[in-house]
Ligand binder design. Structure first.
Ligand SMILES: CC(C)(COP(=O)(O)OP(=O)(O)OC[C@H]1O[C@@H](n2cnc3c(N)ncnc32)[C@H](O)[C@@H]1OP(=O)(O)O)[C@@H](O)C(=O)NCCC(=O)NCCS
Length: 434
């Protein structure tokens, strides 16, 4: 991509674990450094014509500790929220995408399959499945009106998309109703026409109509202003395929057979009582997760309905495992990952990269390292090619030891209309967006 877009979870070319690829030194990824590096890379400090008009942390305010934490703007009376949609360029019209409809779901699937996020070298593109999209877009209390499409008036072809889903997000002691914004996509042929700002304003308007005034989102691009910047790490499960398709490289002084041996995993999980999560586990998992997430500065405020939706296993969408103590039958540990394949662009032999993404993991009795090694083992058994994880929560404690290698892109986390005084360390973030 020409705009240095290395967005959410974009597949990355990762050097093999032992090829001496170092992650960015910790200090380099501080917010001040990111902003400075970003601005240095421009001949003039880049202006954000759209984002400068929005209630988000502005670059000029970075480091100003006199500004209060919390909402940047107060809510406006609902009667003052604009009642009509924003204007689109005249060849286009708004559509609300009914994800219950097989036909609409297909259209969304195909728009994203052909136009959504790619890595910097355009070798891979996210290929969210239809079942995944239905899961991601229909959590408890979702609003159909927040699944927004743009069609060409004459052909009715779907050419752009943006979504929100409601979530309660805790920031320190405050639980805030927010929209999680995702799947912003403009057809390749309609890029750079300032359609994205109109889509963002329209989803914001529809969020306001539900009396919600804050949002959370991620992007691979630097915008004003990240609350934290994370890095993706990748654990090869099928190193031969990853090397064949250019996702990773053979390390120096490594042969294919040594590499395969390096990443080999046991056939079965090691932890006694490790099993798939079931419906009856929802109350115990909710307690475990709520207690665990409370230590982070920003995290979702999950109740049992949320846990049932987001974490109960759904085939080819989300996998969750837990440890039930063989003695007490207490649920002591939990791990989960979601399924997000990428299309492999222009490879003769392979068209799909099957990737698992670490989701929420909780260890109280089983060491996190052992728990995550068991997660790798079940992911391998399910035929995933790679297991990806962000350096959020306690993930840094297992990444290197379990042979994850750092990816080459960054994922920035943002809040809309909510100021955080200082950027967070990635380990202070307890939120994974899809
Ligand atoms: C992201 C995408 C929709 C932007 O559309 P575009 O045609 O490139 O850009 P437009 O001319 O419409 O709009 C540019 C404005 O959108 C902003 N923008 C670009 N990407 C953005 C993102 N991911 N999130 C929020 N704003 C974004 C730009 O910063 C710019 O605003 P600014 O002048 O204030 O900086 C488009 O490039 C796309 O579909 N890319 C592939 C999918 C993707 O990366 N989606 C985003 C996932 S986070």
């Amino acid at each position: 991509m020409t705009d240095n877009n290395s967005p959410p979870g974009s597949p990355k070319v990762n050097p093999d674990h032992n090829s001496e690829a170092n992650p960015l030194p910790k200090d380099d990824s501080s917010l001040e450094n990111i902003v400075r590096r970003f601005q240095d890379s421009m001949s003039l400090a880049k202006k954000h014509k759209f984002w400068e008009t929005q209630p988000v942390g502005q670059f000029k305010d970075v480091g100003d500790t006199s500004l209060p934490e919390g909402p940047i703007e107060p809510p406006t009376p609902l009667s003052e929220v604009k009642q009509e949609p924003y204007n689109l360029p005249s060849p286009y019209e708004w559509t609300t995408c009914d994800m219950d409809s097989e036909e609409t779901c297909n259209e969304v699937y195909n728009l994203l399959k052909n136009n959504y996020v790619e890595d910097d070298e355009n070798m891979f593109r996210f290929n969210y499945s239809k079942e995944f999209l239905r899961w991601a877009l229909r959590p408890p209390g979702y609003y159909k009106s927040w699944h927004i499409g743009v069609r060409a008036k004459t052909s009715k072809k779907l050419v752009a998309f943006i979504t929100g889903v409601p979530a309660r997000i805790r920031v320190r002691d405050e639980v805030v109703k927010m929209a999680e914004i995702n799947f912003l996509c403009v057809h390749k042929k309609l890029r750079s026409k300032r359609l994205a700002p109109v889509m963002i304003k329209e989803v914001t308007r529809r969020v306001h109509l539900e009396n919600i005034w804050q949002a959370a989102y991620t992007a691979g691009v630097v915008l004003p202003t990240p609350i934290t910047t994370c890095q993706y790490w990748h654990r090869s499960l099928n190193p031969k395929k990853l090397i064949d398709v250019g996702f990773s490289r053979l390390g120096p002084r490594m042969t294919m057979s040594r590499t395969i041996k390096l990443y080999k995993l046991p056939d079965q999980p090691a932890t006694p009582g490790f099993r798939k999560m079931e419906l009856r586990d929802v109350p115990a998992v909710t307690r475990l997760l709520r207690n665990y997430l409370s230590q982070f500065v920003v995290s979702p405020d999950f109740d049992e309905n949320d846990v049932e939706h987001w974490l109960l296993p759904t085939e080819d969408v989300v996998d969750s495992y837990l440890v039930e103590s063989p003695k007490t039958h207490d649920i002591t540990d939990f791990c989960s990952f979601y399924t997000l394949p990428s299309s492999i662009l222009g490879n003769q032999n392979y068209s799909i990269l099957k990737a698992a993404y670490s989701y929420y993991n909780v260890s109280t009795k089983t060491p996190l390292l052992q728990l995550m090694n068991d997660a790798l083992i079940v992911a391998k058994k399910k035929d995933f090619d790679v297991f990806n994880a962000l350096d959020v929560m306690h993930n840094e404690s297992f990444l290197k030891e379990l042979k994850f290698g750092p990816g080459d892109g960054q994922l920035h986390y943002y809040l809309y209309n909510y100021r955080i005084r200082n950027a967070l360390r990635t380990s202070e973030l307890g939120l994974v967006l899809l």
